[in-house]
Design a protein around this ligand. Sequence first.
Ligand SMILES: Cc1ncc(COP(=O)(O)O)c(C=O)c1O
Length: 394
Amino acid sequence: MSATATAFTARIGRIEISATMAINNEATVLRSQGVDLVDFGAGEPHFTTPEHIKQAGIEAIQKNFTKYTPVAGIKDLRQAIVERHKQDFGSNYTFDETIVTTGGKNALFNTFQVLVDHGDEVIIPVPYWVSFKDMVQFCGGKCCFVPTSAEDGFRLTAAMIEKAITPRTKIILVNSPNNPSGAVVAPEDLAAIVKLAASRGIYVMSDECYVYLDYTGKSFSLGSLTEYKDSLLVMGSLSKTYSMTGWRLGYALAPLAVVKQLTKLQSQSTSNPTSIVQKAGLAALTSSQQCVAGMKAEYITLRERIVNGLRQIPGVKCNMPEGAFYAFPDVSEVAKRAGIDTLQLSSRLLHEGHVVTVPGEAFGLAGHIRCSYATSADAIDRGLERIAKFFAAL
Ligand SMILES: Cc1ncc(COP(=O)(O)O)c(C=O)c1O
């Protein structure tokens, strides 16, 4: 091997390929070999992007809206983001307190980049979405994990967070509704966490990727806590809300000083979110929100179906998720009986049972597997049947 081939940076060595993407790649290989898989692995809606949003993108191309845009996004879109947020959650951001990004992931990544230095600590509740840990490590930051448990409904309280705070704590991360557990943190617990953070001069980063897929009937954004605005970093995404995962559109709502730094970073990296996608995003945010309600209603039905089915499988325990589109059953009894961990269980379920799931290890919580129910009712039934059969034979 040549000397240059191994000269990678220390920071790229600190991260791993996203576990969910790795599993999807494995599933793609099996499919290309003709294997019929039931896919509970997908982290994306099974719906097509609503027609009026697609049309706005097409129109943008036809009208030649295909040049660079302002770095932080077109003003109309930034205005639409803050207005929708205000209308839905009672926040009071101005357009210059938001930046449009290339997906929610890009908003999260860049925000960590501008705030986390070597040795800074970020508090991350477990289970966590796969990318948080790597994003923090890429900055040279340290992840401080706070465990939550299925028995307790994955409850997260300010008292739990407080124990993890040190003089190096820079950010407390919350993700409600949660990927992978589907748990929703009670608004009063979230408010107590923000109050605690503000009193210690710590930011709360709220990943609200699934905020519109909250089935508790009281969707809550931390952005509504306007008196704590200086301490809040609200990360949004259009991906799941409008079934726009491939378009790559997200945003951050943050103090002006943070938005300025994010804009500087964006000016030296992606330059701007794709022009035509911004127009599609504008249509999504400013048109009727009926499409969101329709998708949400279907997720609620699918959620019942998968959870009830999982609960009937011997050895499987499953909380009723309160948001997002994932069930996160405890399958530790099954894995124990087979003498394997859930990493192996999920892998064998893929290769022998032909159902794609993501092992809890990827989210920091072994003993579970994540099953996405963003799929058809028929696929859910077939997947459940295969899981039951495969577990019974172990
Ligand atoms: C919790 C969470 N945050 C952020 C994202 C990023 O979504 P996107 O970059 O598509 O907006 C995802 C995607 O799966 C997610 O599950």
